[in-house]
Design a protein around this ligand. Structure first.
Ligand code: SF4
Length: 410
């Protein structure tokens, strides 16, 4: 990749700024430091495992949110070997709250492939923290599930200082502004890759630092709204700043309104006070997670009818739909949903997984042991609060069989 004097000046200004203001503290990016807890020198390699986990977590999530998840993850699965041997439910549980659960499932599949590859032909050897045991070819990483060009470039440049570019959301935004690019970046991907590569080529031996600096610039100064141009090392070369309206870039795709659906959800209790949950099929955004059963409201249908119909169709059970537990809205990237959640009493029919992997009766206090999508965790909190107040009421009333009643509104 060719670079110009302008690229060299940009790279030099960026690295100089980063040296002083970058997010380089060991506690900020613990996956980016040596065992002596210092930032690596250009010829020092880092263990790719922690970097890989962080790169995947950071794909849709900000650094400060990722940090505690990464720490808990590393405590649960401290090595590639530990992750490769882990159960999928345990992995999803650690991922719970980060969203986009297919990332976690693909990460597990990729870890198993990588573990096999590293240990192949070396019986008894362990995929250890020794970076030399890991492959360093871009193609090898790109062949793994869930790893695209930017993630692979991020892992290899971070771990081995490989001269590979990255192009995540932060980098796209910074480059779109630097160039005042007149079209949405996703329509000019090849051009953006060339710009990112030119910067790496203009900083020989500093790919690791350059990529980190670019990300830090996007996350701390060149933010989506109100970029801090006054403190930016690229201010005098930035076309968006010169235009006077830097946050008009990147040019956005024309907005489209998201489809909206109402979902009727039943929190079904049996006489033992257990609640019914089912595990989604292993496909789609939330595949493999557990949820409370329910489905889409048909036009003109009362929500109580939606719930009893869905539970009959999907679980072959008959229920009595009781009062509302909670109503909540949740936006995904491609649709908005409103969940109307009602408490239900199980009347008849042995629950069957007609549209799921499995169904299970669970004690409400044990729900935390199952990975649920974000909207469902709010349902659990509402249920536990309702059951808590209901239990207090029943003690006060000394009702002998209150455990079989639907909990009453507090
Ligand atoms: S000058 Fe402003 S808009 Fe341009 S790169 Fe720097 S922070 Fe972003």
């Amino acid at each position: 990749m060719e670079h110009t004097i302008a690229d060299r000046q940009l790279a030099a200004a960026l690295l100089q700024w980063w040296q002083q203001h970058g997010r380089r503290a060991p506690e900020t990016k613990p996956w980016m430091v040596t065992i002596e807890r210092s930032w690596p020198l250009p010829d020092q390699a880092l263990d790719p495992y922690g970097i890989w986990i962080a790169e995947v977590m950071l794909q849709q999530t900000q650094l400060q949110v990722v940090l505690p998840y990464w720490q808990r993850w590393m405590a649960a699965f401290p090595s590639l070997k530990a992750l490769a041997a882990a159960d999928e439910q345990a992995v999803l549980l650690q991922w719970q709250g980060l969203g986009y659960y297919s990332r976690a499932r693909r990460l597990l599949a990729a870890a198993r492939q990588m573990q096999e590859q590293i240990t192949a032909g070396r019986p008894g050897s362990v995929a250890s923290a020794d970076p030399a045991a890991w492959p360093q070819e871009l193609e090898t990483w790109l062949a793994l599930p869930g790893i695209g060009r930017s993630t692979a470039g991020g892992i290899l440049s971070s771990a081995f200082n490989s001269p590979l570019a990255i192009l995540d959301g932060n980098v796209r935004r910074v480059l779109a502004r630097l160039q005042a690019h007149p079209r949405p970046p996703m329509r000019s991907q090849a051009q953006f890759w060339r710009w990112s590569e030119a910067l790496i080529a203009a900083a020989p031996g500093r790919a690791r630092d350059c990529n980190q600096a670019l990300m830090d610039l996007g996350a701390t100064l060149c933010t989506p709204r109100n970029p801090a141009c006054g403190r930016c090392p690229w201010q005098d070369r930035c076309a968006a700043y010169a235009s006077g309206t830097p946050d008009a870039f990147p040019v956005a795709e024309p907005s489209r309104s998201l489809p909206f659906q109402v979902i009727g959800v039943g929190v079904v209790l049996n006489d033992a006070g257990e609640v019914l949950i089912d595990q989604r099929l292993n496909e789609g955004l939330l595949g493999g997670l557990w949820e409370f059963p329910g489905g889409k409201q048909e036009p003109g249908e009362a929500i109580e009818h939606t719930i009893s119909r869905e539970l009959r169709e999907e679980l072959a059970i008959e229920v009595e739909v009781g009062e509302s537990l909670i109503s909540l809205e949740h936006a995904y990237s491609h649709k908005k949903l409103r969940f109307e959640v009602h408490l239900c009493r199980w009347n008849s029919g042995e629950p069957q997984p007609l549209a799921s992997q499995q169904v299970r009766w669970v004690r409400p206090e044990d729900l935390d042991a199952y990975p649920f999508p974000a909207a469902n965790t709010r349902i659990i909190a509402a249920l536990q609060e309702r059951l808590g107040s209901s239990a207090a009421d029943s003690i006060a009333d000394s009702s002998p069989d209150s455990s079989v009643d639907l909990p009453q509104a507090s």
